[in-house]
Design a protein. Structure first.
Lengths: 327, 327
DNA sequence: TTGAAAGCGCTAACAA
DNA sequence: TTGTTAGCGCTTTCAA
């Protein structure tokens, strides 16, 4: 396969130069002649020399690892979001020769993250989710470890990467109003997550009074079923769902009650994934790109580890998908 | 918080001993007096000294990292399985002071894993899934890197951790036969995954001739819908599903066709997760413990990194959950 | 039972 | 432009 285990000394000797020169050729730091540089690169390539990242790390106090932190208990919906983010995170990290250490936290227990950071096993941290009172953010601010969050927070001095949920939800809701809906019900989930509050508030702004009901913290089918009953009692003409997991259950409930979409009631979702993909009718929804979110998070974090200036908040776009469910 | 950055020299000086002694007190290697040992431990505790794992790694050629490898494109079902495994993997690793580097592979592209291994960023690898012709297994065998797989493979000399899918599927199917079912249809997915072949074969053995139809590679609703049509055409009295994702879609199809479970047809699933949790009627299924799988995988892998002997195959148990859907 | 010193494989002043 | 040398913070022989 490869004569793994050759070290910088070996290539230096083989080429009759010093290891400093080899090191410089590879890192591009300091000036060296293009000729020697090429010589080194060629040798390294043909002999498949791989600098030992541990030794490199010790010398330059770096680990070439980034931490990816996700909640231990995620529902399916969050899981698929994190998975797609993670795809972008890994891809962008690998391009920069970084690897991803994954760890989980509970809302009130972040021992693992603390250990990871205090052990200096990573050069930076990405928080996959932000909570309303986030102990991870608190801890990371104090620790001095560079970090970014995916999502938003009101805590100051935190680097955020987020979709413009607020504008997106406002826009989609406003479109529904323009289409003539006057009694729109909103069904949302866990109100300790920042993004859920943001979506709800976007809805409220967009609805501009044309709102029949708002129900948060609907975490299982029972809650959602009751919320739908309530929406119907309130004579709603449309139900807007916080995400596709909720939407799926709303649709199931409506089907059970033989209430047709969009004839009897319209339905829209503030999030869209494979869950809703093949629904009949197709569901009006908001579309984001979690993979991009992950990539951008890594790019920004890496800048921070280099002490570069980065914007406090980076906003990525969205798409409003108008489908038959609100026709 | 903690005066992070004290190093072994600092504690040695503070205690008036050599750093060798400190090192030995912490690692437990070599003999030292219990008195000094306690002194060191106490100092370390109160001053929150954390040995630098990078330096430790360089000196002992270890990284204190394990790789967790999952396919880049997983359906929801696999995702939740991996997530639960990962919980066990992280938990067991952390207990041994290891961290988890996560990486993804595609069926025909494992560049990332190769890089991770050749860069010596990990001390061992856990493959979350086994394919029929698995390039990762091939590569890892050649590389000399310790590794274990979750699942089974026919490749020799590979350390496997798996549930006894074969016995479980056989047993559940046999129970159905005993209950009087004579025309059992089987609907399965991707036949390039070892586990899916195992389940199908377990079904065949358990059915002992009472099988009306077998349909593999049903990957979306359309496939499954056709398979159900086919099962009904064949006058089946029961449908056995390879996993809960398939089962969910089978149930949706049956509901659409107004075919009642269990009155008109029985339904069982070879896998059970939250997807099926609240179904009405409850679904007869097989229950495993993915978290345990992850934990055991780490324990065994760590033994391998210490050059200890480990069993080639470790089999974990299962439960047969008999519910109303086959009554 | 303890310590001195070499070394893990690299980077980066400082010199040349 | 290149090389010498001293670390990075630990572990581990070897000697005391």
């Amino acid at each position: 396969m490869s004569d793994n285990n050759i070290k910088i000394d070996d290539v230096a000797k083989a080429l009759g130069i010093s290891k400093t020169t080899v090191s410089r050729s590879l890192s591009g730091k300091g000036r060296i002649s293009e000729a020697t540089r090429q010589k080194v690169l060629e040798y390294v390539e043909t002999h498949n020399y791989r600098p030992n990242p541990i030794a490199k790390g010790l010398a330059s106090s770096k680990t070439y690892n980034l931490a990816w932190v996700v909640p231990a208990n995620s529902d399916m919906n969050a899981l698929s979001f994190f998975q797609r983010c993670l795809g972008g995170v890994i891809s962008a990290s690998n391009e920069a020769d970084y690897d991803i250490i994954i760890t989980t936290t509970h809302a009130y227990d972040n021992k693992r993250l603390i250990k990871l950071v205090e052990n200096r096993k990573v050069d930076g941290v990405i928080l996959g989710q932000t909570l309303v009172n986030d102990i991870n953010i608190e801890f990371l601010k104090k620790s001095g470890m560079p970090f970014v969050v995916i999502g938003s927070t009101s805590v100051s001095g935190v680097t955020m990467i987020d979709n413009d949920h607020s504008a997106a939800c406002r826009e989609l809701t406003a479109v529904l109003v323009m289409k003539g809906m006057k009694r729109i019900a909103y069904i949302g989930g866990d109100s300790t997550k920042v993004v859920n509050i943001t979506r709800r508030d976007g809805f409220i702004t967009g609805a501009a009074g044309n709102c029949s009901m708002i129900q948060m913290d609907c975490n299982d089918y029972k809650d959602i079923s009751l919320a739908v009953d309530n929406a119907i009692d309130k004579n709603s003409d449309c139900i807007v769902c916080e995400d596709d997991r909720i939407c799926q259950q709303v649709l199931a409930k409506l089907e059970k009650e033989m209430i047709q979409v969009p004839e009897k009631i319209k339905v829209a979702s503030f999030y869209n994934s494979t869950l809703l993909e093949n629904n009949k009718p197709p569901i009006t929804s908001l579309q984001y790109d979690p993979r991009e979110l992950g990539k951008v998070a890594v790019d920004i974090l890496l800048k921070k580890t280099d002490n570069a200036e980065v914007p406090e908040k980076t906003i990525l776009g969205y798409e409003v998908l108008l489908k038959a469910s609100t026709q």
